[in-house]
Design a protein. Structure first.
Length: 326
């Protein structure tokens, strides 16, 4: 058993170290810059730095690893997983190819599960495997959510600035260009993409729709719909944007009030969630033998993992109770 696990651990560890080293040391250019590079003045194409068929440079140039990554990408694409990973990575704005990220994720999961089996037992192996499999998705979702919240927080300022530029006599494209220059990321970066795509001939409505899909913001979808309707039927777009901005500011104040009113419930949920863990650690530090049957008998292990699952389900339930959608 140990020999089999060792045969799995060593190659997986090598692949993981190689991949992580490539991710850390590789310097990526922005996607728009790489796409427009062949059309810029003074561009000298080279086979090593030429974009691949996906429009992005590869940090893995080893043929063996390249074939492994392509195989993982093909399987994930057939299963529909690649689209989900790509959407999450775009939403979080992480400069990594989905296929490479998915390959490193699988290697790290296999390596962690094998190490858990080698250093512990079946239960710890399954626990480590589940933890490593879940943590990257949680971190990626947290980064994506944080970027979406930052974008939504900047949205009223964006609308007010856009409305001011429109009342000054500028076009909608010039207004978006002003927003891209004046506002910080992520709004500034997204608007720079929109302006660049519109100047290259893409319809403005389609470019804005893509931003709405990428940032997963219902508020921005309303803005895109308003701009699309105004471009079709006409009207005072500056006044409409001011109304939408005032509505968003009111919703933001209401969210803050609800957040303040539910603070006590959220703190209570955190205390209730951490209390069993704190009591267990205290008992284990005072009298380790008291909890020994919980980890060294079949019935104790079953009770421990059942209670752990119920505790996690209770945490999720408590979070949903104190979360108010506005």
């Amino acid at each position: 058993m140990i020999l089999l696990v060792s045969l799995l651990v060593l190659p997986a560890a090598g692949l993981l170290a190689w991949g992580l080293l490539g991710v850390v040391t590789f310097s990526r250019r922005p996607a728009l810059e790489k796409t427009l590079a062949p059309y810029t003045v003074g561009h000298t194409p080279t086979s090593e730095l030429e974009p691949d068929v996906y429009g992005a440079q590869e940090f893995v140039r080893s043929p063996i690893l390249r074939r492994a990554i392509d195989a993982v990408a093909e399987i994930a694409t057939r299963r529909g997983l690649m689209a989900i990973v790509e959407a999450k990575i775009d939403q979080a704005d992480i400069p990594v190819r989905p296929a490479e990220a998915l390959f490193l994720y699988l290697v790290a999961t296999v390596l962690g599960g094998a190490l858990g089996l080698l250093l512990g037992n079946l239960f710890w192996g399954i626990f480590v495997l589940a933890a490593i499999a879940v943590v990257p998705w949680v971190v990626l979702s947290a980064l994506a959510l944080r970027r979406t919240r930052a974008f939504v927080a900047q949205l009223p300022d964006m609308l007010q600035l856009l409305g001011t530029t429109l009342r000054s006599g500028f076009s909608i494209l010039q207004g978006l260009d002003t927003v891209a220059v004046q506002l910080p990321d992520p709004t500034g970066k997204e608007m720079r993409h929109v302006v660049a795509e519109a100047r290259l001939g893409r319809p403005l409505s389609r470019a804005l729709d893509e931003v709405a899909v990428r940032v997963r913001s219902e508020d921005f979808e309303w803005v895109v719909s308003a701009i699309g309707i105004q471009r079709e039927v006409g009207g005072n777009l500056a006044e409409l944007l001011d109304i939408v901005a005032d509505t968003m500011n009111s919703r933001s104040r209401l969210r803050q009030e609800a957040h303040t009113l539910t603070a006590e419930g959220r703190i209570g949920a955190i205390v209730i969630s951490l209390l069993p863990v704190a009591i267990g650690l205290f008992v284990y530090s005072v009298n380790p033998g008291y909890l020994s049957p919980l980890f060294h008998t079949g019935t104790g292990k079953l009770m421990f993992y059942t209670c752990l699952g119920l505790a996690l389900a209770g945490m999720v339930w408590l979070r949903r109770i104190v979360k108010i959608e506005i």
